[in-house]
Design a protein around this ligand. Sequence first.
Ligand code: HEC
Ligand code: HEC
Length: 231
Amino acid sequence: VRSLILAAVLAGCDANGPVAAADYGEELFNDPGFSRSEFNSFSCATCHDTRPDSGSVRIGATLYDGAFRDSWWGGYAPRLIDAVGFCYVYFMRGEPLAPDDERGRALYEYLVRLSSAKPSPALPMTVVENVGIVPRGDPVRGETVYGAACRVCHGDPHTGRDRISYLASIIPETSVGFARQQFNPPIDPALVVVEKVRHGQFFGVGGNMPLFSREALSDDDLGAVLAYLGL
Ligand code: HEC
Ligand code: HEC
């Protein structure tokens, strides 16, 4: 409490000022309970890094210098509030935040605190439209990529140990079953994985796993993951 007050005084504002709000926003950013849906287990931090360019593979882009970009979501979202709202509603299954909700303002102040560049260029985001099988890569590399890009939600392959929630599929077994049971003749389970990773919602099946853009995950890295999964 003391440091909060001190920080507020230094910034020349009362306890409801931008500094206190940014601290609250940081808490929300890291809290899966920010969305009140019983089906949500993600926080913003599950998918987004906040460091400059840590080189870590994440499904979402870093939000460092993220508040004043020229646009968001590869140009699909011209306003920050829509970019955030999309994640909150579709991935975290939250109820849309009213414009005067103090949680929205707090989150905004936190994103502003992460951003010194004003304005900053939009980040490229390439959605792979037509998916197909990608060449299998090096399984050792695949283990590293899986650890950085998938494990946070899916836990260990084959068992799901340490996965984020029971709703995160056990891979690759779920896809192997899907490829056999939903298709006659069965399709290659690797194709199910590629489709899911590139489109998020796949074969008309919903879900709340986002897609990986080309920038977030290259085809080479995806091919390495397939090899690691034994597909
Ligand atoms: C389940 C994963 C996931 C969660 C949870 C999530 N996001 Fe995202 N977010 C994404 C993906 C994927 C994109 C699109 C790729 C990208 O980052 O540009 C994205 C895009 C964004 C963008 C646009 C970035 C840009 O420059 O294009 C912002 C801003 C953002 N998210 C903020 C948030 C905030 C704030 C939260 C928490 C309320 C949140 N996200 C929760 C996955 C997620
Ligand atoms: C932010 C959390 C998150 C990340 C990161 C993530 N996934 Fe998922 N994934 C999920 C959830 C939750 C589901 C189940 C709901 C759904 O289908 O969207 C899922 C479902 C899947 C499925 C569908 C299984 C089936 O056949 O029904 C596949 C395949 C998959 N993920 C592969 C991957 C791979 C490979 C990676 C890494 C490159 C990855 N996921 C990263 C959360 C995530």
